[in-house]
Write a protein of this length. Sequence first.
Length: 149
Amino acid sequence: MLLTRLKPAVSEKWLLAIAGATWTTIGMMLCRLSFIWLELVPLRIALVHGLIGIALACILFRFGFSYIAQKNIKRISLSSGKRCIFAFQAWKSYLLISIMITLGIFLRHSPIPKHYLSILYTTIGGALLISSYRYYFFLWQNLKNRDGD
């Protein structure tokens, strides 16, 4: 009973907003790191690596993160009542997230030139950023439909 009272619980609309904000923030952080690294190389190299990253971000969005976001939205929208604030992702996804964070830290401290890493960071960051709008769109539609009732 005590654990239930201590569990931070929020409604569906807050879970959607938190998910969108989290994906946006992480996407912007990764893209910002990529941009900082690309500022340090000649413009021609920066443009090529930046454009490759953007193209790959669109592909990753279309065939990966878009699906994950949609799956999370469906899971959140099917829930009833208040849910744990961390339930915007499936619990098993947190293992993957921790592996990705660890890999990111390892790569940032590796001898791999940062302008090459910028492609990966732009790809993942851009895909997260684009996918985050799925949460906002669904939340907007949900709020708009409730206002019309």
